[in-house]
Design a protein around this ligand. Structure first.
Ligand SMILES: Nc1ncnc2c1ncn2[C@@H]1O[C@H](COP(=O)(O)OP(=O)(O)OP(=O)(O)O)[C@@H](O)[C@H]1O
Length: 398
């Protein structure tokens, strides 16, 4: 566990970046720090790996004051991922990823084997290994950054706006990947973002900060979205927080009706009728589309679906709203139709009382008391990003 114990930072010019924060970052969970620019997120994150030294209070790592630990050793035990990855431009991808193992004195072969394993883990093709960072896309570079941070299997990962420099589609993919990795690896992750959407997607707990690193609210994502602590937090969460909250609830609560499929002709093996609309399925029961039976010669229209076992209520609602028939198609993992849910069925599920932990199976908020983080990656580049920090002087004591 990481504990901020009255941790504060006053800069020599008198600026108080963080006023004195008490926060626990629980082991094996993802804690997200979110808040407006300048509220102290990066400062808090960097206090953990001693790139910034607190001027008051302490930061404890598993009970030990980090001030008592050698900064270089400390950083080798903490993965650090920053915006734009901060890769070493003159090193091949494989050697970027192997940075910390090399520093730990692993032999080259073992370090590279580990790096190759990690590239695979973060979804990069083996041929990526021989390239230089400039030969990769932004999203690929971020994946390398994550692989590098994981190389020595550190229990703690500090992530400072790691996905903010990539486009929304790539970003969503990287978030998905992080969730998958975390479900396997259970690192203690402290993640900084400006983006509340990202915060509720990734966080087991989310800390909303105000200026000077003061905690406005600490809660699991569902509680945050449904019960913001005050009007300021509600405003920060945005007007569509209710809708976003649906993204945390499982679609499995939607009542799905079996499809009464009649034998059909032509390319479809069956159809099902809903008022004037007919759902056409192929031989494998995959939806082909909707046809408006009342419109002569009408073209097939898309049949949006959702997976009750994997998707959220937001996805189910989206499918029902987009369906020309007002009916979402329930699908199995292979895309075969297992039933349908009309808009009323989705609305009934929406109205039901959600389970307190939300759809993500998120942690019980009672298990946490708090935490913090920071961002700002621009000058971090080599020593900072790698958590490798061969040279202690990189940012210490800032
Ligand atoms: N070296 C410094 N000297 C003086 N003030 C500083 C210094 N570094 C940071 N600050 C100030 O400390 C405050 C907190 O900065 P920090 O970088 O932690 O904020 P942040 O929440 O990460 O911001 P952003 O989201 O914009 O990255 C800001 O007001 C910033 O201007």
């Amino acid at each position: 566990m990481i504990r901020f114990d009255g941790a504060g930072k006053r800069h020599p010019d008198g600026t108080v970046a963080v006023e004195g924060l008490d926060l626990d970052v629980p082991t094996g969970r993802t804690t997200v720090l979110v808040g407006p620019s300048g509220c102290g997120k990066t400062t808090l994150l960097r206090m953990v790996n001693r790139m910034i030294e607190p001027t008051s209070g302490r930061v404890l790592l598993d009970g030990t004051d980090v001030a008592a630990l050698d900064p270089a050793k400390l950083r080798r035990g903490i993965g650090y991922v920053i915006q734009q990855a901060g890769l070493f431009p003159h090193r091949r991808v494989i050697d970027n990823v192997a940075t910390v193992p090399y520093l730990l004195g692993w032999d080259r072969k073992k370090a590279r084997a580990r790096a190759a394993e990690l590239l695979d883990l973060v979804g990069l093709a083996p041929e990526t290994a021989r390239r230089y960072p400039f030969q990769l896309s932004g999203g690929q570079q971020q994946r390398v950054g994550v692989a590098r941070a994981l190389a020595a299997d550190p229990p703690v990962l500090l992530m400072d706006e790691p996905f903010s420099a990539v486009d929304p589609v790539v970003r969503a993919g990287l978030q998905e990947e992080l969730l998958r990795l975390q479900s396997e690896l259970h690192k203690t992750v402290l993640f900084v973002t400006h983006d509340i959407e990202e915060a509720v997607r990734l966080g087991d707990q989310v800390v909303v900060l105000r200026e000077r690193g003061r905690i406005a609210q600490l809660a699991d994502p569902h509680t945050l979205l449904t019960a913001p602590a005050d009007a300021d937090v509600a405003a920060f969460l945005g007007r569509d927080r209710g809708l976003r909250g649906l993204g945390l609830r499982p679609a499995a609560t939607v009542a799905v009706r079996p499809i009464p499929v009649a034998p059909g002709g032509g390319r479809a093996n069956g159809t099902a009728r809903f008022g004037g609309w007919e759902l056409v399925l192929d031989d494998e029961r995959r939806p082909i589309g909707w046809i408006d039976r009342d419109a002569a010669g009408a073209a097939l229209q898309p049949a949006p679906g959702f997976r009750p076992e994997a998707d959220t209520l937001r996805a189910a609602l989206d499918a029902a709203v987009l369906s020309p028939a007002g009916v979402a198609v329930a699908l199995d993992a292979d895309g075969r139709a297992t039933g349908t849910a009309d808009r009323e069925a989705v609305l009934t599920a929406l109205a039901a009382r959600p389970s307190p932990a939300g759809a993500t199976g998120g942690p019980d908020a009672a298990g946490f008391d708090g935490f913090a983080g920071v961002s700002e990656a621009s000058e971090a580049s080599e020593a900072a990003a790698a958590a490798a920090a061969e040279k202690d002087g990189a940012a210490g004591g800032r």
